[in-house]
Design a protein around this ligand. Structure first.
Ligand SMILES: Cc1ncc(COP(=O)(O)O)c(C=O)c1O
Length: 447
C-alpha cells in the first residue's frame, strides 16, 4: 500500500463523514505552484488551498518572518496586551483598501469570522437587523455564514438557521438572461431588488447587503458592473450598508488588490482572509471609520484574532506581493487561462460557459448545451482524472459542475500551460465518445 493510501485510510478512520474531500491527494510539501505527496509524486497546484496561495506555497520572506516572530512572541491576545504587528497590519490594510476619508480595521482568524463580524458591525452601526444575501453565495461555515450561504448541500440537517437573513437571485447572466440584452437584464434585476424591498423586507429593517462581486464557491459568476453600481446606489439612498465579501477575490486574484476596484465603488465594509496570510489563519474586516466606530466596546474580539505570527506572515505577504507585482501576475495568469478555455470551448461541447475576472477563471460543464442541465458527474470524473495525471484542481458551483482555476499567481507560464493541457487532454478524453476525438488533437502550446 502506498503511503498516500495509508494516510487516506487513517483519515477516513478518524475524521467525521461530514468533512468534505475533493480528492484523495495527500500533501507533504509545497513550493511555488508545485506540491509533493506522501509518496513523492509531484502535482501542479491549480487549487491553491482554495484560493489561499496567491503568493505561492511557502514564499521565503513569509517563512522567514514567521520563523523570526515565532522565536519572539507566539501569542498575547490583542485585547490583553497590544503588540505592533497587529497595529501595523491594520495600518497597511487601511492604506491598501481605503474605505472613504477614514478607515478602520479589525483582524480575525478566518473568512467566516470576518463575515460574522462585518454583520455584527453593520447591525450595530445601523440599528437594523436584516441582511440581504444572494443565491449561489458562500460566506463560511459558522451558523451565520452557513445561513448566508446558498448551497443547501453545505448545511443539510444543520438548522435552525440564523434569523433576519433574506436572499435575492444573483445577477447570473448566463443562467438567467431569458434572452435579454445585458442592459435590459440589469434593469430587470435592479427593479426586482427594489420590489423585494416592498414585498419581502422593508429597507428600514435592512442593515446591509452582502455580496461576492465574483462568486467563488458559487462558480466564478461575475456580477455585471452596472448591476453592482445600481445596487450600491439603491443601498446608499435607503440607508443600507454594502458589504463586499472579498475573501476569495482579494489580494491579486482578479488582477487587482480588491475586486471592488473593477466596479468603481467603495463598500462600506469589506471582508478578507485566504491569500492575505499565505496560509496562516488570518482575516480582516475593513470599513469606513464612522461605521466601524459605531460599535460598543467589548462587542468585538476573541482570543486568537490577529495572532502575532499570523500578522507578520500577512505583512510579509503584502510586501512580497507588492515587490513581485501580484496584480500584474493575476492579470497575466488570467489572460492565459481565459484564452485557453475559450479555445477549449470550441473543441468541447460539454463546456457551456467560460467566464471570469482576472485570474478567477472557470468553465461550466453542462449537458445538451443547456445552462440548466449541470454535468456534475463529468466534473467529478475530470477532477479525478487530472489528479491521476498530476494536476490538483477543484470544482465549484451549487451543482458542482464548474471547473475553476485558483493556482498560485506566481506559477510560471510553462507550468501553467502544462497544467492546462492536462486538463484539456483529460476533458477531451472523457468526452471523446460524444463529441471529440482526442487522438488527433495537438496540445495548445501558447495562449
Ligand atoms: C467569499 C467567501 N467568504 C467567506 C468564506 C469563508 O472563509 P473561511 O473558510 O476562511 O471561513 C469563503 C471561503 O471559501 C469565501 O469564499
Amino acid at each position: 500500500m502506498k503511503k498516500s493510501e495509508k494516510l487516506v485510510a487513517r483519515r477516513n478512520a478518524i475524521v467525521p463523514e461530514g468533512l468534505g474531500m475533493f480528492s484523495p491527494v495527500t500533501i507533504v510539501s509545497g513550493k511555488g505552484a508545485t506540491l509533493k505527496d506522501a509518496d513523492g509524486k509531484e502535482y501542479i497546484d491549480f487549487a491553491g488551498g482554495i484560493g489561499v496561495l496567491n503568493a505561492g506555497h511557502c514564499p521565503k520572506p513569509v517563512v522567514d518572518a514567521i520563523v523570526k516572530q515565532s522565536r519572539q512572541l507566539l501569542h498575547a491576545c490583542f485585547p490583553v496586551a497590544i503588540y505592533e504587528p497587529y497595529v501595523e497590519l491594520c495600518e497597511q490594510l487601511a492604506k491598501l483598501f481605503p474605505h472613504g476619508k477614514s478607515t478602520k480595521v479589525m483582524l480575525v482568524n478566518s473568512g467566516a469570522e470576518a463575515v460574522e463580524n462585518a454583520v455584527k458591525i453593520a447591525r450595530q452601526a445601523t440599528g437594523k437587523q436584516g441582511i440581504i444575501c444572494f443565491t449561489g453565495g458562500f460566506h463560511g461555515r459558522t451558523l451565520l455564514g452557513m445561513t448566508l450561504t446558498s448551497k443547501t448541500g453545505y448545511k443539510i440537517g444543520s438548522g435552525p438557521f440564523a434569523p433576519e437573513v433574506y436572499r435575492i437571485p444573483f445577477p447570473d447572466y448566463y443562467k438567467r438572461n431569458d434572452g435579454l440584452k445585458m442592459d435590459e437584464f440589469v434593469k430587470r434585476e435592479l427593479q426586482a431588488f427594489e420590489s423585494y424591498l416592498h414585498n419581502m423586507v422593508d429597507a428600514s429593517n435592512v442593515a446591509a447587503v452582502i455580496m461576492e462581486l465574483v462568486q467563488g464557491e458559487g462558480g466564478f459568476v461575475v456580477a455585471p458592473k452596472e448591476y453592482v453600481q445600481g445596487l450600491y446606489e439603491i443601498c446608499k439612498s435607503k440607508g443600507i450598508l454594502f458589504i463586499a465579501d472579498e475573501v476569495q477575490t482579494g489580494f491579486g486574484r482578479t488582477g487587482k488588490w480588491a475586486a471592488y476596484e473593477h466596479y468603481g465603488i467603495t463598500p462600506d465594509i469589506s471582508t478578507w482572509a485566504k491569500s492575505m496570510g499565505s496560509g496562516m489563519p488570518i482575516g480582516a474586516v475593513i470599513g469606513r471609520a464612522e461605521v466601524m466606530d459605531k460599535t460598543t466596546k467589548g462587542t468585538l474580539g476573541g482570543t486568537y484574532p490577529g495572532n502575532p505570527v499570523a500578522c507578520v506572515a500577512s505583512l510579509a505577504t503584502i510586501e512580497y506581493m507588492k515587490k513581485i507585482d501580484i496584480n500584474k501576475k493575476g492579470e497575466v495568469v488570467g489572460k492565459t487561462v481565459m484564452n485557453f478555455f475559450k479555445k477549449l470551448k470550441h473543441e468541447c461541447s460539454a463546456i457551456g460557459d467560460v467566464r471570469g475576472l482576472g485570474a478567477m477563471v472557470a468553465f461550466e460543464l453542462v449537458k445538451d448545451n443547456d445552462p440548466n442541465k449541470p454535468d456534475s458527474d463529468l466534473c467529478k470524473a475530470l477532477l479525478n482524472a487530472c489528479a491521476e495525471k498530476g494536476l490538483l484542481i477543484i470544482s465549484a458551483g451549487t451543482s458542482g459542475n464548474v471547473i475553476r482555476v485558483l493556482s498560485p499567481l506566481v506559477i510560471s507560464k510553462p507550468q501553467l500551460v502544462k497544467g492546462l493541457n492536462i486538463l484539456r487532454t483529460e476533458l477531451l478524453g472523457l468526452t471523446e465518445n460524444t463529441s471529440n476525438k482526442v487522438a488527433n488533437k495537438k496540445e495548445i502550446v501558447h495562449s
